[in-house]
Write a protein that binds this ligand. Structure first.
Ligand SMILES: [Fe+2]
Length: 146
């Protein structure tokens, strides 16, 4: 008796000449189709990649269908496009200005807490807070606020 040979009772998991397939007792499958250049690992519960120096995923597009947790610092060299809400729990800092607009449904900007501003002009609808004047009922204009 020869063990490990495929037979009618224990058929090969794939009959395609283009596929190299390994099937495990729990249903896990490692499939490589060399005609399509497609590697597929499925039916597993977890996967771990452990490297002492670097892991590189090099391809034009990467899709992750579930949540992602990053325990270290995230550095992004390209633009960030968030198509859903973004919540920042730590200090939110910016270094190259900020621009925005209201969203659908009349969303606007609301800030609660103190706002400290220095080193520039704060204006609303063309009126600058620290330098604007009002008509003085005694003639002319008032002094700017002090
Ligand atoms: Fe005023």
């Amino acid at each position: 008796m020869l063990l490990g040979l495929y037979s009618d009772q224990r058929p090969a998991p794939s009959h395609s000449p283009d596929e190299h397939l390994r099937v495990y007792p729990d249903g896990a499958r490692i499939l490589y189709n060399h005609a399509a250049g497609a590697l597929s690992v499925s039916g597993i519960q977890t996967a771990t990649v452990q490297a002492a120096v670097l892991v590189t995923v090099s391809c034009p597009e990467t899709v992750i269908t579930g949540n992602v947790t990053i325990l270290g610092r995230l550095t992004v060299l390209g633009d960030v496009i968030a198509r859903a809400k973004a919540t920042v729990s730590g200090l939110f800092s910016y270094l190259a200005g900020m621009a925005g607009s209201g969203g659908a449904g009349g969303a606007s900007t609301t800030i609660s807490g103190n706002i400290n501003h220095s080193g520039g002009a704060l204006s609303s609808n063309g009126v600058t807070l620290h330098s604007h004047t009002h008509p003085d009922p005694h003639g002319g204009n008032t002094e700017p606020p002090r």
